[in-house]
Design a protein around this ligand. Structure first.
Ligand code: PMP
Ligand code: GLN
Length: 361
């Protein structure tokens, strides 16, 4: 879709990345550090002061004390963290539960382990379907992947969802939780509930974070995992041979930048964008679904067209000059919901211009 947007010079609300400038202070830190002699390999797990800072952030955000020397791994984006985790912990023929619609980087690492992805649908409001999840879990289940706040729907998990997960996993003591929380600091009315809040689950969970999302630097491909030492030892064995260690300049710059910014302000920043986009779309024929977190807004076009979501999104680019993402590719069975995804991590002017075009539908 980004390619199609470029071909047609359309406004790109499809792929999830910010189009506004990155903080000058962060860019200056990169410039300053790149002039120093910090261009060689860092320790495999990451730059030690950065690991300390992540441990402090985890304590401040979630009240959980983690050991920076054993429980944190800097990764080449959340994507590498997810791949390394699955490769390290999932064995052939084991099953891994994925909740659809789901982001695209979970299934392939499972298949590459000769393991079995069990993709099941969320409820129609995109909350977890506990009956179905319970019915799918069995003695072969090794892991459940959860994503909260959720890409593509912007749904967040409630306290009750975590209670349900805790209850279910009491019956399956060996099942691990891979908790993709890359949008952890982008929540709106409700505060983010992390897997780290769950005393029952956190010692068998791996959380995934991304500086790409939290510092508006998706192109840097840098993030981190947190997991208990016995799991992290295994994950590090894969990380060692995937990348060994992650970009040194980025780690030095981010380590300093973490003293300058409050990630807790990110929610307000994106809430203004969400509210602007929703207000601008109020008089359109799209029906906007609730958006509780992430920088994605789902909308139904059922009142506009009967086309498949792929045909509809292609027509939005070619005829109306706005690129969005169809929802069906996020489902194993290509389910048609007549919904599309907008990314609102964009300059206000971009959102205004895009909605002007969408109002013509
Ligand atoms: N998980 C989700 C839910 C995402 O939206 C993204 C961003 N595309 C990723 C993982 C990957 O993040 P990164 O760019 O840090 O690899
Ligand atoms: N996660 C981003 C999205 O959902 C994009 C990353 C990618 O294009 N692979 O749009």
């Amino acid at each position: 879709m980004s390619q199609l947007a470029a071909d047609y010079k359309a406004i790109n609300l499809s792929q999830g990345f910010p189009n506004f400038p990155v903080d000058e202070r962060l860019k200056n830190l990169v410039a300053q550090w790149s002039k120093k002699e910090i261009h060689q390999y860092l320790p495999m797990a990451g730059f030690p002061p950065l690991l300390e800072k992540i441990a402090t952030l985890t304590q401040n955000s979630y009240g959980r004390k983690v050991n920076p020397r054993t429980d944190i791994l800097i990764t080449a984006g959340a994507t590498e963290g997810i791949f390394a985790t699955i490769q390290a912990l999932v064995e052939p023929k084991e099953e891994v539960i994925i909740l659809d619609p789901s982001y695209d980087c979970y299934e392939t690492p499972i298949l590459l382990c000769n393991a079995i992805p069990k993709r099941i649908n969320l409820n129609t409001d995109f909350s977890p379907n506990w009956e179905l999840i319970g019915a799918t879990m069995n003695s072969k289940t090794k892991m459940i992947i959860i994503n909260n706040p959720h890409n593509p729907t912007g749904k967040t998990w409630s306290e009750n969802d975590f209670v349900q997960l805790e209850k279910l996993l009491e019956l399956y003591p060996k099942v691990l939780v891979l908790s993709d929380e890359v949008y952890e600091y982008i929540t709106f009315e409700n505060k983010h509930i992390s897997i780290h809040h769950s005393e029952k689950l956190r010692d068998r969970s791996i959380s995934v974070s991304s500086f790409g999302k939290s510092f508006h630097i998706t192109g840097w491909k840098i993030g981190y995992l947190i997991a208990p030492e016995h799991l992290m030892i295994e994950i590090k064995k894969v990380h060692q041979f995937l990348v060994f260690s992650v970009n040194s300049i980025a780690q030095y710059a981010i380590n300093d930048y973490m003293d300058l910014v409050q990630v807790s302000e990110l929610g307000n920043f994106y809430q203004q964008k969400r509210d602007l986009f929703r207000n601008l779309m109020q008089n359109s024929k799209f029906e906007l679904l609730p958006c509780e977190g992430s920088y994605f807004q789902i909308a139904s076009y059922a009142a506009i067209s009967d086309e498949t979501d792929l045909d509809f999104t292609k027509r939005l680019v070619t005829e109306f000059g706005v690129a969005t993402i169809p929802l069906s590719p996020f489902y194993a069975d290509g389910k048609q919901t007549q919904c599309i995804r907008f990314c609102f991590a964009k300059e206000d002017n971009t959102l205004i211009e895009a909605t002007n075009r969408l109002l013509k539908l």
